[in-house]
Design a binder for this molecule. Structure first.
Ligand code: ADP
Length: 312
């Protein structure tokens, strides 16, 4: 099996349920807080682990109890965490989230150690990049590090996947040249291309990215499924699996990971996207981020069940 490397963020989400969102200067009470492992990089590494991949993560955490929770969650999924850097001078990345009784949230993200992952860290771990076949980046670590890492990965002949979230104010155009597969959602595609009413202009938007050097574009469209524009597999739409979605957290992250896992097993991009579409459909029917990710067995059983329903 080919090796996957995720280079990215780890965050602990501290979720507090409140009656109403506090106003400036107001103190309110809550009687519960959940600590939920997250961060786009860690979610993707976890998902790849549960789906049976040979997966290593490179990222950065603080030397604190939050890091232990995050590393524990990755290890439970079977991901190799031995190269995750522990900083003594930074806190682990944390997202402070209040959710009010209407379900609306307010979020403060403390990037902490994620912001310290540097080009030097890439150089110091170059063997990890050399050993990997597929390398996945997202944008919750410094953009210079992503550019540098993706360039190195490309030079080494690796397959580079970019989940371009969150889109920075200034997206460095050179990054497109190092990316084999980019996987924006609709909002991200709009921000990257400047094209509005994106749903009816997907061919134009994806062509724009193709012209900038990306060979394959996969746009996730939530309940509308996926749009694929690929050098090898052409253009196609994959409809979403009809499900009762209750929580879309980590839908995109699990999609990216599932895609990489299938590519690591030699599937073409179209087949990989079809599989990822099933994985994300399961994820949106469960609450949470890493806790909502299915195992490979669960996905295979789910696919058999849907195929059987279609046939009957
Ligand atoms: P993100 O989480 O990055 O915003 P999307 O919302 O586009 O990503 O969702 C990613 C994928 O998850 C979709 O392409 C689809 O496969 C699946 N998905 C998301 N929402 C639903 C839904 N309501 N029903 C079925 N599948 C969904």
């Amino acid at each position: 099996m080919k090796k996957i490397l995720v280079i990215g963020s780890l965050n602990l989400d501290m979720v507090v349920n409140v009656d109403h969102t506090p106003a400036t200067g107001e103190t309110i009470l809550s009687n519960n807080m959940e600590m939920i492992p997250g961060g786009k990089g860690a979610n993707q590494a976890c998902a790849a682990g549960y789906l049976g991949a040979d997966i290593t993560m490179l990222g950065s955490v603080g030397n604190d109890m939050y890091a232990d929770i995050l590393l524990g969650s990755l290890q439970k999924a079977g991901a190799d965490t031995s190269k995750i850097l522990k900083r003594s001078d930074a806190t682990t990345g944390i997202a402070l989230i209040t959710v009010n009784s209407d379900g609306d949230n307010c979020i403060v993200v403390i990037s902490g150690a994620n912001a310290t992952l540097s080009c030097n860290d890439i150089d110091n771990n170059i063997d990890l990049l050399k050993e990997a076949d597929i390398i996945i980046f997202q944008l919750e670590i410094p953009i210079e590090t992503v550019c540098y890492g993706a360039k190195k990965a490309k030079t080494l002949g690796k397959t580079v996947i970019l989940d371009p979230a969150p889109v920075p104010k200034e997206f460095p155009e050179e990054l497109y040249r190092y990316v084999d597969i980019i996987k924006p959602n609709e909002t991200e595609l709009r921000m990257l291309t400047g094209i509005d009413q994106i749903e009816s202009r997907l061919p134009e938007a994806s062509r724009q990215l193709r012209n900038q050097g990306v060979k394959n574009i996969l746009v996730t469209l939530g309940e509308k499924g996926v749009y694929l524009d690929s050098e090898e597999d052409g253009i196609c739409r994959i409809p979403a699996i009809p499900v009762d979605a209750i929580d879309t957290t980590a839908a995109g992250d699990s999609f990216t990971a599932a895609l990489a896992v299938m590519l690591s097993e030699g599937k073409c991009l179209r087949e990989a996207a079809i599989f990822a579409n099933y994985v994300s459909a399961i994820v949106v029917t469960r609450k949470g981020a890493q806790s909502s990710i299915p195992t490979l067995d669960e996905v295979q059983q789910y696919i058999r069940q849907i195929e059987a329903e279609k046939a009957s």
